[in-house]
Design a protein around this ligand. Structure first.
Ligand code: FNR
Length: 185
């Protein structure tokens, strides 16, 4: 079972990208998680789209289409998800080969603040519902005061967050299995 992961932050030291890079450590057996680089995706422009899908978008779209599930992490910018992730999702949501309808999706967030990006996460979940994805309802993995929860190598060391991450990835595996067997929970 293969999971594609997309971060809504392009920062080298992003805590959200760090959170995604840790997913493999807490994933159940048989699940692989790859973080996809979306930094080459241009700003959405309908004229560019009409002229032909940019290669950078094609590459990301193919990775998402091939994946059994999609794991999204978003920073919270001014009470909602980042423009970076919205821009990528806008590009991917169009054309004849749309990856989101029926796609299992899990959403997580991290913030240096006390709310862990929950407002951004909630908005992103709503957006993914709108695109027809099957959004994993529980648990809601938020990481407040995130910089203190990783060690210097970027490993997630907070035990409560580790436990929630394990539960989330186990539940995600179960959701994907259900959907692949034609059962909609
Ligand atoms: C922020 N930040 C922020 N944090 C938060 O918890 N709620 C918010 O509404 C905002 N708003 C906000 C706006 C803008 C424009 C920036 C640049 C930042 C802080 C943000 O969570 C912090 O910079 C994170 O470190 C960004 O995530 P990455 O890049 O570390 O993944």
């Amino acid at each position: 079972m293969h999971i594609a992961a997309i971060s809504g932050s392009l920062r080298t030291d992003s805590i959200n990208t760090r959170l995604l890079r840790n997913a493999q450590l807490f994933a159940p057996e048989g699940m692989t998680v790859d973080v996809i680089d979306i930094s080459a995706i241009p700003l959405f422009n309908g004229d560019v789209e009409s002229a032909g899908l940019p290669e950078a978008v094609r590459i990301v779209k193919d990775q998402v289409l091939r994946a059994d599930g999609l794991l999204l992490a978003t920073p919270e910018y001014n009470y909602t998800y980042s423009g970076v992730i919205k821009n990528a999702l806008d590009w991917l949501s169009r054309g004849p080969d749309r990856p989101f309808p029926g796609k299992p999706v899990a959403v997580v967030s991290a913030s240096p603040g006390n709310f862990g990006g929950i407002r951004a996460q909630t908005e992103l979940r709503r957006l993914m519902h709108g695109l027809g994805a099957h959004v994993l309802p529980q648990p809601e993995l938020i990481v407040p005061q995130a910089p203190s929860k990783f060690d210097e190598q970027g490993i997630l060391i907070d035990e409560r967050t580790q436990t929630t991450y394990r539960t989330l990835l186990n539940n995600f595996r179960d959701l994907i299995n259900c959907l692949q067997q034609g059962y909609v929970p």
